[in-house]
Write a protein that binds this ligand. Structure first.
Ligand code: GDP
Length: 137
């Protein structure tokens, strides 16, 4: 059993498709162990994406992630990290396989509907970034 962090990004929240995205997770064997809807401030978004600080798209990414509320979730299940990445599809929605969340619901590489941890180690850190132990059930 693994846990991973998922974020429904501002574009998908604005489109009112939180439920459609959550259905992809629940229909594919992932369970929501924690969830909250929050508006990220620039410091929090910047710290969360600190790994991308030197990349040319960092500022756009922070601008986008603070442009509206997000839904942050802990997903739990067998191979949760990999399974979530498969359900999400490629970072660039144009390259994402049909039937994935990004292919079906995202517009472009900036506004790509969801975030998902890319390794078990990052998942642990990202979950601890947003949730305390008692909030995960
Ligand atoms: P992810 O793990 O699939 O979300 O992708 P990354 O960790 O590589 O990048 C984090 C986020 O930064 C992505 O989800 C995109 O929103 C954004 N991003 C990544 N690469 C690019 C890029 O080349 N251009 C732009 N504008 N945004 C990017």
């Amino acid at each position: 059993m693994e846990r991973t962090l998922s974020i429904i990004k501002p574009d998908a929240v604005k489109k009112n498709i939180i439920g459609k995205i959550i259905d992809r997770f629940e229909s594919n064997g992932l369970r929501i162990a924690a969830m909250k809807k929050i508006l990220l401030d620039r410091n929090t978004a910047g710290e969360f994406y600190a790994i991308h600080k030197e990349r040319p798209f960092y500022n756009d990414l922070v601008n986008f992630m603070t442009s509206g509320p997000v839904v942050v979730m802990v997903l739990e299940g067998d191979n949760a990290v990999k399974k979530n990445r498969e359900l999400m599809g490629d970072t660039d929605p144009k390259k994402a396989q049909a039937g994935t969340i990004r292919a079906d619901f995202a517009e472009n590489i900036d506004a790509n509907a969801v975030h998902g941890s890319d390794s078990l180690e990052n998942a642990k850190n990202e979950i601890a970034f947003f949730f305390t132990q008692t909030e995960i059930r």
